[in-house]
Write a protein that binds this ligand. Structure first.
Ligand code: G1P
Length: 275
């Protein structure tokens, strides 16, 4: 029912300079697997095999990664190294990949709007690969969200409680509790101060969006920095109809900064086989 998953990957990754000077931040490995592959794995597990990237200048390594490298494969054929490519081979075999470039970087909302040409008129998922989500005891976060979409048939966003001193980094939501892990949203603010924040429930980088989001993104005004905020469009969607926020099961690491990246690496080294 939902097949497409959009990955906005045009960001500069300035928190990881100088490493990201000439390589996409999404290619930085957690153990021996690039961050982006964790996100694509999660999408594929949820049945989303039509993978769409909103890419940009300096991101070609991503396209090469999701393709065959004949020379390398020939070199390691028949050796014990071959098995290390099993995961990525499976992804390449089972998914299709489409790319479009975000020429100007004008916020997450603008990145999603750039994806309109790849998505069309059906509901779709969005994964922000910086947020690495792992559920050691069951279904991945996107699988949980697809199940919820089947029930509610409206936009679903992932949320998590965050400490007060972190609130200003996120979109923050509040709404009517429908179940202990599900809220129907009535308020949403992008990166509020602690005083403005309607709760401590932060949006995490997993969304299922209904396609009316594109028309809303075309209409909303940019914020004071000239960026189109997805959160502002979601707030409109919530006012027009229904947006559900879901406290997912699992762990989330903010790999958009060095501390979170190192925590994810340590966690995966101890708990998850990376290959
Ligand atoms: C984006 C969204 C924000 C969300 C966050 C999750 O912010 O705009 O609402 O809480 O992702 O990671 P960014 O981290 O791109 O500034």
């Amino acid at each position: 029912m939902i097949h497409k998953c959009l990955f906005p990957v045009a960001g500069y990754g300035t928190r990881f300079l100088p490493a990201t000077k000439s390589m996409p931040k999404e290619m930085l490995p957690i153990i021996n697997k690039p961050l982006i592959e964790y996100g694509v794995d999660e999408a594929l597990q949820a049945g989303l095999n039509d993978i769409c990237f909103i890419t940009g200048r300096g991101k070609r390594a991503l396209e090469d990664y999701f393709d065959i490298n004949y020379e390398l494969e020939d070199k390691i054929a028949g050796t014990d190294k071959e098995a290390s490519l099993n995961g990525i081979r499976k992804i390449i075999h089972e998914c299709t990949f489409s790319y479009t470039r975000q020429i100007e970087k004008r916020g997450l909302g603008h990145a999603i709007l750039t994806g309109k040409t790849l998505i069309g008129k059906y509901p779709f998922a969005v994964v922000l690969a910086d947020d690495l989500c792992i559920n050691p005891t069951g279904d991945g976060v996107m699988t949980q969200m697809v199940a919820l979409y089947k029930q509610f048939r409206c936009t679903i966003i992932a949320i998590e409680e965050v400490p007060q001193d972190q609130i200003h980094k996120y979109g923050v939501v509040a709404g009517e509790m429908m179940r202990n892990d599900i809220y129907r949203i009535n308020t949403m603010i992008e990166k509020p101060s602690l005083e403005e924040a309607p709760s401590n429930l932060a949006i995490i980088g997993r969304y299922i969006l209904t396609p009316d989001i594109f028309g809303i993104l075309e209409d909303i005004e940019p914020d004071k920095n000239g960026e189109l905020q997805l959160t502002d469009a979601l707030m409109k969607q919530a006012q027009n109809g229904c947006v559900i926020a879901y406290k997912f099961k699992g762990k989330r690491f903010d790999c958009g900064n060095v501390k979170g990246f190192v925590e994810a690496t340590n966690y995966c080294y101890s708990n998850v086989s990376a290959t």
